[in-house]
Design a protein around this ligand. Structure first.
Ligand code: DOR
Ligand code: ZN
Length: 344
């Protein structure tokens, strides 16, 4: 096969940031994607419906002329979130989902949730109104090893929340383990899981062998190879529980290449080429569309995009190593193998 046409893909987990960074990275996603779920972990975070509406305007201003890219907004859940504001923001068509960060789990998560009982009323309201909860699924307890944080989160936090709030629609974001895959598979219609591009490509050796590679450091951190293999099987299976959420997370090079570097891989620019390569290697090109363009909208109760994109296989495609932003250069994810599929 040398050509494949898909419904225009969507990105169900994306960081666009704000200001100069927003203006530089938004076109990278808008080029290939129809919609994206926009993460609210700005500084300060996007907590209210009014803030989400303002942020959406700033994003819209950064979308290139002629693009029909649609940002789908989220609210950052805090212990002070007002259930009525969440319901109103949904009713007004401002938000699509709410994001749960355990406090301290990742970039700009300090305002996240410490005591999960405090957000019960918001979760009840969300279940009632069919508003999905997007979950960063890692515990932050100092005694839990960073490689175990996802598995422990499922047992200690996620499963109890889902049992206590039947009907709550939950997206396990950027799953990285067999534990995550197994739990998502068994979760029925109210549970979905996103998988990033980079977690399909790298394992923990990529970060640590032969010198530390800050551009492969993200959260949840990449796990051992057996977990990556399980993620590959899940993503290429066609199972509607699994869909693309790139977690493309731009940080400038100085912030990545540092004694205390930021977490995040920037994959917006080359994601479709990388995924086509990966799915082809798995003999699953015919299931790429389910992962990038069908399963996500189905979970969110939206129609798939009407527009199509075509990928063509040919000589190796070259992407820029970095994109320039007003805040400094951002390194584009290097999958470590040549890419032959280009979006035409
Ligand atoms: O690698 C990550 N980067 N993981 C996250 O959860 C947050 C993100 C960011 O905002 O940079
Ligand atoms: Zn993220």
């Amino acid at each position: 096969m040398t050509q494949i046409t898909l419904r225009r893909p969507d990105d169900w987990h994306l960081h666009l940031r704000d200001g100069a960074m927003l203006r530089a990275v938004t076109p990278e996603t808008a080029r290939h994607f129809g919609r994206a779920i926009i993460m609210p972990n700005l500084m300060p975070p996007v907590v209210t419906g009014a803030q989400a509406a303002d942020y959406r305007e700033r994003i819209r201003a950064g979308i290139p002329e002629g693009s029909d890219f649609t940002p789908l907004m989220t609210l950052y859940l805090t212990e002070e979130t007002d259930p009525a504001d969440v319901a109103k923001a949904k009713a007004q068509g401002i938000i699509t989902a709410v994001k749960l960060y355990p406090a301290g789990a990742t970039t700009n998560s300090a305002s996240g949730v410490r005591d999960f009982d405090k957000v019960r009323p918001v979760l009840e309201t969300m279940a009632e109104h069919g508003i999905p909860l997007c979950v960063h699924g890692e515990v932050v307890d100092g005694d839990v090893d960073i490689f175990d944080r996802e598995a422990v989160f499922i047992d200690r936090v996620l499963d109890p929340i889902r049992r206590a709030t039947p009907g709550l629609r939950v997206v396990m974001e950027h799953i990285t383990t067999k534990d995550g895959v197994d739990y998502a598979r068994a979760g029925g219609d109210t549970l979905g899981a996103t998988i990033t591009t980079h977690h399909l490509v790298i394992n923990r050796n990529h970060i640590l062998v032969g010198g530390i590679k800050p551009h492969y450091y993200c959260l949840p951190v990449a796990k051992r190879e057996t977990h990556r293999q399980t993620l590959l099987e899940a993503a290429t299976s066609g199972d509607k529980s699994f869909f693309l959420g790139t977690d493309s997370a731009p940080h400038t090079d100085p912030n990545k290449e540092s004694a205390c570097g930021c977490a995040g891989c920037f994959t917006a620019t080359n994601t479709m080429s990388v995924l086509a390569e990966v799915f082809e290697q798995q003999g699953a090109l015919d299931r790429l569309e389910a992962f990038t363009s069908l399963n996500g909208p189905a979970f969110y109760g939206l129609a798939p995009n009407e527009a199509r994109i075509t990928l063509e296989k040919g000589d190796a495609v070259r992407y820029p190593e970095k994109i320039e932003t007003g805040d400094g250069p951002v390194t584009v994810f290097d999958p470590g193998f040549p890419l032959h599929w280009r979006v035409v």
